[in-house]
Design a protein around this ligand. Structure first.
Ligand SMILES: C[S@@+](CC[C@H](N)C(=O)[O-])C[C@H]1O[C@@H](n2cnc3c(N)ncnc32)[C@H](O)[C@@H]1O
Length: 435
């Protein structure tokens, strides 16, 4: 069921002179850029994004004009000439299809993920003074492993050749206050001598809280899962949903299911999905009716492919006010072993090799989030901000999942109470009349 229109303030761009410019590549619906805007220091000057549905969103929200500062294809011959002379920050959440576990795994030489190499070639052709001061890149966590780490080796060595100090880190969206478990890899680079990327991406380090075992369901906690994933454990989330997916390119939405303490077995609305990524509810409404998309299904694809907004808001806050990288942690850095790319690493001097860094994928605790103005919400709290009547999981999906789940031993060892509650909820759903 679609949520009724809600008041939703379009984002006000801030092109004051004190604001730094962002050039956004592969902009999608602007997850990276919105977070940077929210941090207060940046405005998006020009963006490239192939899909008209996504371009409609960023044009409207960031005040970009189609054809002059909201452009389509980075492989167009006009690309290099249209880049501004001075670029404070270049963002690129580049296509992941060739790097993801679910994809065709062509790797970094694939036609889509390989576009980042085209971008780096374009920067290499510019005089060093006109290369962006900072870069912020994002991709799927599997990029660390694919092809024996080849994608990492190639992208990172290109950054060094181009004159950049860099740090990268795998980060979980849940550490930024959103109830979605989503692990992605983020790269921050700056020209050698211009700053320290570790002070942006690595200094904050907290500890992943332990998931309480026992009667989760009875304590009013919602749990998310992919009913499509049979009885494999990967989809489970306690007080969170597993990573939202873009769905197929033919725009079949594949939202997770939620076992909700009062609503039963439901699926999130598209506006819940927007909120689970940190966007305002309704952020992708401008996509409706654009391109080939007549029914708004593309919104699921766009939201599932986006960067979670509070992650880039934190990056923006740390770019504005870096936190000196602790000396003690420099001592804990280790050489990178062969092609095993660790969760975090850095290289800040051209003549000194990259090192593996000790940080985990959970940089912020609740106090730091509060200090940064990043709200922390449980899954039930986030859902309570939207509609009170979400679609129930369909009978067919419920029946298929129940059969597979009963045959599995999933949760049997860790949380028998949750397992029983889920079976009860699945059976209860099947006992209802409605489809
Ligand atoms: C992983 S998504 C980026 C998501 C984005 N960071 C966000 O928060 O929504 C990659 C994007 O690259 C776009 N893309 C693919 N090829 C492109 C090209 N040649 N030129 C411009 N954009 C392209 C895709 O349409 C897709 O939206």
């Amino acid at each position: 069921m679609e949520v009724a229109a809600q008041p939703h303030l379009p984002f006000e761009p801030r092109p004051e002179t004190s604001s730094r410019n962002v050039v956004s590549l592969f902009a999608g619906i602007g997850g990276l850029e919105l977070g940077l805007h929210r941090s207060g220091l940046y405005h998006t000057e020009v963006a490239w994004e192939l899909m008209p549905e996504a371009r409609a969103c960023i044009s409207q929200h960031f005040g970009l004009k189609e054809g002059s500062d909201a452009l389509a294809d980075v492989t167009d011959s006009s690309f290099a000439g249209r880049l501004p002379e001075r670029i404070s920050l270049l963002t690129a959440g580049f296509p992941c299809q060739d790097l993801s576990q679910a994809g065709k795994t062509a790797g970094i030489s694939g036609a889509r993920s390989g576009l980042i190499l085209h971008v780096l070639d374009t920067l290499a052709a510019r005089p060093a003074a006109n290369r962006p001061d900072w870069l912020l890149l994002e991709n799927v966590a599997f990029m660390r492993h694919i092809g024996g780490g080849e994608a990492m080796r190639i992208v990172l060595s290109r950054l060094t050749e181009l004159g950049y100090a860099w740090a990268y880190r795998q980060l979980d969206t849940q550490s930024f206050g959103l109830p979605q478990r989503r692990k992605r890899i983020y790269f921050v680079a700056c020209k050698f001598g211009h700053g320290d990327p570790r002070a942006v991406l690595l200094s904050d380090d907290a500890k992943r809280p332990t998931v309480p075992s026992g009667p989760g369901w009875k304590n009013g906690v919602a749990c998310g899962f992919y009913w499509t994933e049979g009885n494999r454990g990967v989809g489970w989330g306690y007080d969170c949903v597993p990573a939202l997916k873009g769905g197929s390119t033919v725009q079949i939405p594949s939202p997770p299911a939620i076992l909700h303490p009062t609503e039963g077995l439901v699926t999130p609305t598209i506006e819940d999905a927007e909120a689970l990524q940190g966007f305002d509810r309704g952020w992708t409404r401008p996509a409706i009716g654009q391109g080939d998309d007549r029914n708004g299904r593309m919104r699921w694809y766009l939201v599932g492919n986006a960067v979670s907004v509070p992650v880039s808001q934190w990056v923006g806050a740390r770019l504005a006010k870096p936190v000196t990288y602790p000396e003690a942690r420099i001592g804990r850095a280790r050489p990178i072993e062969g092609d095993r790319w660790p969760t975090a690493a850095w290289r800040v001097e051209p003549d000194v090799a990259a090192v593996a860094s000790p940080e985990c994928d959970w940089p912020l605790d609740v106090q730091t989030r509060d200090a940064l103005g990043l709200p922390t919400r449980s899954l039930t709290e986030l859902l309570a901000e939207g509609t009170s009547s979400r679609p129930m999981l369909s009978r067919r999906a419920t029946a298929g999942f129940l059969t597979r789940f009963e045959r599995s031993s999933l949760l049997a060892k860790t949380d028998t109470e949750l397992r029983e509650a889920l079976i009860e909820a699945l059976e209860g759903r099947l006992a209802m009349d409605s489809e």
